[in-house]
Write a protein that binds this ligand. Structure first.
Ligand code: GLN
Length: 305
């Protein structure tokens, strides 16, 4: 596996040149555009890593997998899906158009920004601090990394420039689909997006989902099998936003991307894969990361379809 991973990552090294780092969150523009790395956690043989696998980036939308799993565990699937849909969306992850046009005004799925914000609002915690503590605990248990922390510079940068996400949240509030304090909920959202990780963390996160919710490093059953199953299904259909259909055809495995450059992928019963590459395509997905996943999927026959 190590030789294969080295050759795949090596072969994808220059792919980053076709992408650009996110700039709408000013701090993300400072990411190393040419960082490219990957880590695999195989459920039978363990982990291996290659390239810039220890490069640290913020989870951004990969964190939506954590809050979704948490909400499904704590609130149950009926409550979650009474407030957000489970269908892919052909518009960008922060689009406001559909939300206003559709009635009821329910986000299409839990992995676009509006959906993730609604998911956080369902969590039955007292305030932003308690809510974030629960999300952060889920992050540690899913990744097996007990020392995950928030990148404060990225957190502040997003919080202070988040006109679009604030618009989404206040629109949801105006139509009665966001309970609780809007600023508190957004605070948790920006914090979870700013959790720092590396490829190994995202590989173990994927492996936990691949093992039906049991973290293969710590042995802990973090979420029930049904929660892992739903999360993988939503990743497969919506995890790469409006690039999810093309990704299903070219790569064919459940995965979740983030504008920090990470992707976490879960192949049930086999492995989790984490990739990093902060240079993104126009839909906000890591160009090198997707290419690495495509090559690994071909070489290891990982397609689920
Ligand atoms: N924090 C980012 C945002 O809300 C997450 C988006 C993403 O990773 N696609 O815009």
């Amino acid at each position: 596996m190590q030789d294969l991973l080295d050759s795949v990552v090596d072969g994808c090294r220059e792919e980053w040149q076709a992408g650009r780092t996110a700039t709408y969150i000013p701090e993300l523009a400072k990411a190393r555009a040419d960082a490219v790395g990957a880590s695999v956690f195989d459920l039978s043989s363990g982990g291996c890593s290659s390239g810039d696998f220890d490069y640290r980036f913020t989870m951004q939308s990969v964190s939506k997998v954590l809050s979704l799993s948490l909400a499904l565990s704590v609130c149950g699937e009926d409550e979650v899906f009474s407030r957000v849909g489970m269908d892919p969306l052909a518009d960008s992850f922060n689009s406001i158009m559909r939300l206003e046009m559709d009635a009821p005004h329910r986000p299409h799925n839990p992995l676009i920004n509006s959906g993730a914000i609604v998911v956080l609002s369902l969590l039955p915690y007292r305030d932003a601090e308690e809510r974030f503590a629960a999300v952060s605990d889920m992050a540690s248990r899913m990744t097996g990394n007990r020392s995950m922390s928030v990148n404060e510079a990225v957190f502040r940068s997003e919080r202070d420039t988040a006109a679009r996400n604030r618009s989404l949240a206040w629109f949801l509030k105006s139509v009665g689909n966001l309970d609780g304090d809007v600023d508190d909920i957004l605070d948790t959202y920006f914090r979870q997006c700013s959790l720092e990780a590396d490829c190994r963390d995202l590989a173990v996160l994927g492996a936990t989902l691949a093992a039906d919710g049991m973290n293969p490093v710590t042995g802990e059953q973090v979420v029930p099998p049904r929660v892992a199953e739903i999360t993988r299904a939503i990743m497969a259909t919506c995890g790469m936003y409006n690039g999810s259909g093309e990704f299903a055809v070219t790569v064919g495995i459940p995965a979740k991307s983030g504008v920090g450059g990470g992707i976490s992928a879960a192949v049930r019963g086999r492995m989790g894969i984490g990739t990093c590459g902060p240079a993104l395509d126009g839909k906000g997905n890591s160009v090198a990361g997707m290419r690495i996943l495509q090559r690994l999927s071909e070489e290891l026959r990982l397609r689920i379809y």
